[in-house]
Design a protein. Structure first.
Lengths: 287, 157
């Protein structure tokens, strides 16, 4: 009966070898940082598979675009034009406010925030591993992405870069179990840390005292205290606040502002190297 | 040589189906394509596809999914070992009996994969995943006949 495996080692031996090497790999993956480079290399090696896997969806999207009627396109165009007008009107105001803000900050002698470089990137795969919330994007080390880089979309914070390959990177979403993000409540500047709980549409605040002033509907924005994310980007909205005295801490859950299960285009940002400049210099510049 | 190509192609397609983007709510119901295809080959041609190929495919899937390296490699090689060891018995079962075995083994794959991931991250088992086993059960007969036709057409032995 065993004659079919005449060549090579026996089935049992192969199994033992496979189990030992898999456990060894998992151990290395967990405990040694340099394996991140190996993963980056492996990711680059398998990236063609992602492109093939993405083809059907891309073709469907393109077919959908082609089937759009002239009328829908025109109305869409008109709508976008209107939006652009509104946005540019808003921008004029914003520009003035920004200058005013710079001047005021300079007067106060506090640090001035600088603009960050931004690049649009596309999600090419969502991880099907049920225990992790990560997405693969089409920018990698050749575009200058780095581990820990903040990633946003048009609504708010999405996550940060976790693994970098040559032409692709993985973004760890804020809803992932291993992710935590320093935030503040925009209404009253209460500081806290929003951690992922392994549900795509939910975050929770850790160790919030019962006396904290947090209400349902409050907006949480990045506080910039972790040093990774620039300050002031919207993160999530409070959906549930339970100040039950029988529990050690208040239970606050939030819903991320960006729809993490429907990500398509993302923004990679490079907070400029010295993203705070000398206030005196700015004061001179303002004068 | 040619046979190897046709055999490898099925595994490649299975890998692609395993990572193809689908809406979030279907994610839990995604069949384990790689497991199904490997299971078929392990029963049909255990001398060609067994622990080694399962381990390699599992590792590629780990990299593609971003799971802990070795999680799927371990789970798939254990399951394929069981199938390759009893291939003569399983071949003589009816196709629905085979489907039950495949469903049970796919639960095993999920549990083993969970254990391996648990070594790395503090996670909780997601019961929703067990729906995948039901889908595998329903899908097996069709896949079995399809793969048999494929194998006979390309005379893979």
């Amino acid at each position: 009966m065993n004659s079919i495996f005449g060549r090579g080692p026996s089935l049992q031996f192969r199994l033992i070898l496979a189990v030992i090497s898999a456990i060894l790999l998992a151990y290395l993956d967990r405990n040694f940082a340099y394996i991140a480079q190996v993963r980056g290399f492996l990711n680059t090696a398998v990236s063609p598979i992602y492109y093939v896997a993405n083809l059907p969806e891309q073709m469907l999207t393109e077919a959908g675009d082609m089937l759009k009627t002239r009328r829908t396109l025109r109305s869409e165009n008109a709508q976008l034009r209107q939006q652009a007008h509104l946005d540019s009107a808003q921008l004029q105001l914003f520009d003035q406010l920004q200058r005013e803000n710079t001047r005021l900050r300079a007067l106060l002698g506090s640090q001035v925030q600088q603009d960050a470089r931004k690049v649009v990137t596309e999600v090419i795969a969502v991880e099907s591993d049920p225990y992790r919330f990560r997405v693969l994007i089409d920018k990698g080390s050749k575009d200058g992405t780095y581990i820990g880089q903040p990633v946003l979309d048009d609504n708010g914070v999405v996550g940060q870069v976790d693994e970098v390959g040559y032409s692709t990177s993985r973004v760890l979403l804020i809803a992932d179990l291993s992710h935590a993000l320093p935030i503040r409540i925009s209404r009253n500047d209460t500081r806290s840390i929003a951690t992922g709980i392994g549900k795509i549409d939910s975050l929770s605040l850790q160790h919030v005292p019962h006396s904290a002033d947090i209400q349902v509907g409050d907006l949480a924005v990045t506080s910039g205290l972790g040093g990774r994310f620039p300050e002031g980007y919207p993160v999530a909205r409070v959906t549930h606040a339970d100040f039950d005295e029988s529990l050690p801490f208040a239970e606050i859950s939030l819903q991320p502002i960006s729809a993490l299960d429907r990500l398509r285009y993302l923004l990679l940002i490079w907070p400029s190297e010295d993203h705070v400049t000398d206030p005196d210099e700015q004061q001179e510049a303002a004068q | 040589m040619k046979m190897r190509f046709w055999l490898g192609l099925t595994l490649f397609v299975a890998l692609i189906s395993a990572i193809m983007p689908v809406p979030e709510w279907i994610e839990a119901f995604r069949p384990d394509w790689l497991l199904l295809v490997l299971a078929y080959w392990a029963i049909a041609l255990p001398n060609r596809v067994n622990v080694g190929s399962a381990w390699t495919c599992g590792l590629v899937l780990d990299v593609l999914q971003g799971a802990v390296l070795g999680a799927n490699a371990l789970a798939l090689s254990v399951v394929v070992y069981v199938l390759a060891l009893h291939f003569q018995k399983i071949r003589n079962f009816s196709v629905w009996q085979q489907a039950i075995i495949v469903a049970l083994l796919s639960i095993m794959v999920k549990v083993l994969g969970y254990w391996m991931s648990y070594l790395a991250y503090d996670i909780q088992f997601d019961e929703q995943q067990l729906w995948g086993a039901l889908i595998n059960f329903l899908l097996w007969p069709w896949l079995f006949y399809l793969m048999r036709r494929y194998r006979r057409h390309f005379k893979i032995r």
